[in-house]
Design a binder for this molecule. Structure first.
Ligand code: SAM
Length: 297
């Protein structure tokens, strides 16, 4: 049986030196070098031989080796071409891994699930490139990627934003999207010494299980997420102004106020005070107003 061998400073350094690889900051490259962290990610993700795992950003293959050991099949999507010959080498002991050289933000995950997993939902596991954490997560949620659960390493502050509710300074569009689509939990914290090179921030692993049905039901999901974006685009403005100024909407200030008052909120309310179900009610009011206006036109 092959054994993972990259999750320690010497193993990682040896491969980097053999290929003369230099880290690229622009790709958020901080590779894991602590065995315990890798083992904890695998047990948090609850991976078994029946699972198909999509890994975002395999790097030199450190986490990929562990995934290949425990999953049925693995598909790893890596943007940096310079890592391909390294991955070919470090993953050569496993025959259940495919590496795709692609940008995850432009990857059709439904197509991968259809082709490699008979259309069934996949598990997504990643030590994410921190510079695009939010676009990756929002893309997975709003793009309808077929996943059963997500296990991701993110910056600790981002993890806190992902699991928080109204009233906290960390509350925002990401918190709402995470709680609409999933049940999230911060599984454990990870210090900078567990990576090469060391990042300047602390990290956390977040496990998110996809909900069977969202916790609120709305007439128009896209309108709900546009409303959430409109509210947090201009944090210091009132919700009324946020709605009226949002480029993706065509609501006047009067229409925004009418919807806000119909929900029983104060005219000066801000998005950061509203829960997901309150956003849902407001989205439905705006949907009604838009429908009435369209019928009159
Ligand atoms: N999984 C490895 C580990 O844990 O040691 C590497 C994780 S490193 C934090 C992030 C990885 O994501 C890097 O290999 C980087 O090149 C890759 N990456 C960055 N942007 C990407 C993108 N848009 N699509 C796919 N991979 C990306």
């Amino acid at each position: 049986m092959p054994k993972p061998y990259l999750a320690n400073p010497a193993g990682c350094r040896k491969v980097l030196d053999r290929y003369g690889f230099s880290f690229r900051k622009k790709f958020g490259q901080n590779f894991l070098i602590r065995e315990q962290v890798l083992e904890d990610i695998i047990s948090t993700a609850g991976i078994g031989k029946d699972d198909f795992v999509l890994e975002i950003g395999p790097g030199i293959g450190t986490l990929t080796q562990y995934l290949a050991e425990s999953a049925g099949r693995v598909c790893a999507v890596e943007i940096d071409r310079a890592l391909l010959p390294i991955l070919e080498d470090t993953l050569s002991d496993w025959d259940n891994v495919t590496v795709l050289n692609a940008d995850i933000l432009k990857t059709d995950i439904q197509e991968i699930a259809d082709r490699e997993n008979e259309g069934r939902p996949v598990k997504i596991v990643a030590n994410l490139p921190y510079y695009i954490t939010t676009p990756i997560l929002m893309g997975l949620f709003e793009g309808g990627a077929p996943f059963s659960d997500l296990t991701v390493m993110v910056q600790k502050e981002v993890a806190e934003r992902m699991v928080t509710g109204p009233g906290s300074k960390n509350y925002g569009a990401l918190s709402l999207a995470v709680s609409y689509y999933t049940e999230p939990e911060i599984s454990f914290l990870v210090g900078p010494e567990c990576f090469m090179p060391r990042p300047k921030v602390d990290s956390a692993v977040v496990h998110m299980v996809r909900r069977d049905v969202p916790p609120v039901s709305v007439r128009d999901e896209k309108l709900l997420f546009d409303l959430i974006r409109a509210s947090f685009n201009e944090r210091r403005k009132t919700l009324q102004n946020g709605i009226a100024n949002y480029a993706g909407f065509s609501f006047s200030k009067e229409e925004a106020l009418r919807a806000i008052e119909a929900c029983g909120f104060k005219p000066t309310v801000r998005g950061e005070a509203l829960s997901l179900s309150e956003f849902g009610r407001l989205a439905d009011e705006l949907c009604l107003i838009r429908g009435q206006r369209n019928r009159q036109d």
